[in-house]
Design a protein around this ligand. Structure first.
Ligand code: GLN
Length: 473
């Protein structure tokens, strides 16, 4: 296994094609590791028997780990919530269908914060996932199970969702690559909804090449999601080795103050590398970015309060208080089924949407969202990309921020502006600070996925990050 484990997914696919290894061997090796995972990365692991796969298909049978909130037919899809405990949907999400259709079977379902609300997986009803770099620390969230599984070598690659940072931040904290594509690039059909105008599916992988390969298998318009879009060109294989002619803007508002010194230092070192590769790097402004978190924590809970109204004990999952009248059943189900963070969000969202407060909160937050998108559009007049640290801190200790929701929310300070603007952004491993991974975020205009992947590829070569330590345990 150790040799197999050192292959990236793309290398494993090549090895299968050349007949050096069988897809069954790759399946068994990873399925065994997934079943033995000690970080609570998985909420469900597939049976040992290798599923029938087409080795000539693009992904050649290399299996994928899937965040719990994707609907998967006949397989528990719980979104990290007790209210959906053992819920087995009658259909499969489009993103998952596309990946399995491209030849990558489902290895397991991964742990997450309940309904994707959180930055540490500590809000999962199934217990937190541990960071494979240091098991006393969180892997980030909400897609922390997917990130930890890939970092630990307990999955070749994985998918997750990013509403306000939930792919990029855990990728950064676990020392792997994670990408949030342009809003609409991947269908949301079958993704258990948190905040529909922000939710976006994307890949986790060990390197940028794998990231592109997995993303390429998922994207495309889907008649079952009217907000899905066809990308103007297919996702290619990133190959750039320099950044000649690339202009990178570094926003004052999302760098420097509030960023841990070790993270900032690693960030600045990579900006120097970017210059050596031929890029110009200049400071810029995103004047409304500091208001992104405040706007996000109105808009996302508002949408969540509406999306989560469907969990009432009638149609899905848990039912409590069935011995009383209907209203009693509704309230008892929601009281026992939802965890504290979800309840907090439903209350904030319901309040923000209530008559008399709607304009003051929701309406105003929408205006801020528009301004943030305009800031980025202005930036694209002068820059190809915006660069920031992905997360202001390295992985923090379990429990450190659990009693302080605002401290938890600050994790996504650098990630939320891109979500509000609907633009693509990648996080790549950017070296260690105090022995823990840091992330470098690169964002570009809508549909610039290929250019982002190319630039990230050049940077990745120059950074030369070694993630093997997390796979040894
Ligand atoms: N951490 C943010 C939140 O709790 C983002 C979550 C996400 O992207 N799903 O809302």
């Amino acid at each position: 296994m150790s040799e197999l484990l050192e292959l990236t997914a793309a290398q494993a696919i090549d090895a299968i094609r050349r007949g050096e290894v069988t897809s069954e061997a790759v399946w068994s090796a990873y399925r065994e590791r997934a079943a033995a995972d000690e970080n609570n990365s998985y909420t469900w692991v597939a049976r040992p028997e290798a599923p029938a796969v087409e080795e000539r298909a693009p992904l050649a049978g290399v299996p994928v780990a899937v965040k719990d909130l994707f609907a998967t037919e006949g397989i528990p899809s719980q979104a990290g919530s007790k209210i959906l405990e053992d819920y087995r949907p009658p259909y499969t999400a489009t993103a998952v269908e596309r990946i399995t259709g491209a030849g990558a079977p489902i290895l397991g379902k991964t742990n997450q914060d309940e309904f994707a609300m959180g930055s540490s997986t500590e809000h999962s009803a199934y217990g937190p996932t541990l960071n494979p770099w240091d098991r006393t620390r969180v892997p980030g969230g909400s897609s922390g199970g997917s990130a930890a599984a890939v970092a630990a070598g307990n999955a070749p690659w994985a998918i997750g969702t990013d509403t306000g940072g939930s792919i990029r931040q855990p990728a950064a904290l676990c020392g792997i690559v994670g990408m949030k594509p342009t809003y609409g690039a991947v269908s949301r059909f079958g993704m258990i909804a948190f905040a529909s105008s922000l939710d976006q599916c994307g890949p986790f992988a060990r390197d940028v090449t794998d990231t592109a390969l997995l993303l390429g298998a998922m994207v495309g318009k889907d008649p079952r999601d009217s907000t899905s879009l066809g990308l103007p060109e297919p996702i290619g294989t990133p190959s750039a080795t320099d950044l000649q002619g690339i202009r990178i803007g570094v926003p004052e508002e999302l760098t420097g103050e509030g960023i841990e010194p070790g993270v900032q230092k690693a960030f600045e070192a990579t900006l120097e590398l970017a210059k050596e590769l031929g890029a110009t790097v200049e400071p810029t402004r995103l004047p409304h970015a500091p208001h992104a978190l405040a706007a996000y924590y109105i808009l996302a809970p508002a949408e969540a309060s509406s999306n989560l109204a469907r969990y009432d004990g009638v149609r899905y999952g848990l039912r409590a208080g069935a011995d009383g009248d209907l209203l009693h059943m509704y309230t008892a189900t929601r009281e026992t089924g939802f965890g504290p963070e979800v309840k907090r969000r439903i209350m904030i969202g319901t309040y923000a949407l209530s008559s008399g407060y709607y304009d003051a909160y929701y309406g105003r937050a929408q205006k801020v969202r528009t301004r943030i998108a305009e800031d980025f559009r202005t930036a694209w007049d002068s820059f190809d990309f915006i660069a920031t640290p992905t997360s202001p801190t390295v992985a923090f200790e379990l429990g450190a921020k659990l009693d302080d929701p605002l401290a938890m929310y600050l994790n996504d300070f650098c990630a939320v502006p891109m979500s509000l603007a609907g633009i693509p952004a990648i996080s790549i491993p950017n070296g260690l600070a105090d022995g823990l991974p840091t992330g470098f975020q690169l964002a570009g205009p809508a549909f610039s996925e290929n250019r982002i992947l190319d630039a990230a590829h050049a940077l990745e070569q120059a950074i030369g990050f070694d993630g093997s330590k997390a796979r040894q345990a």
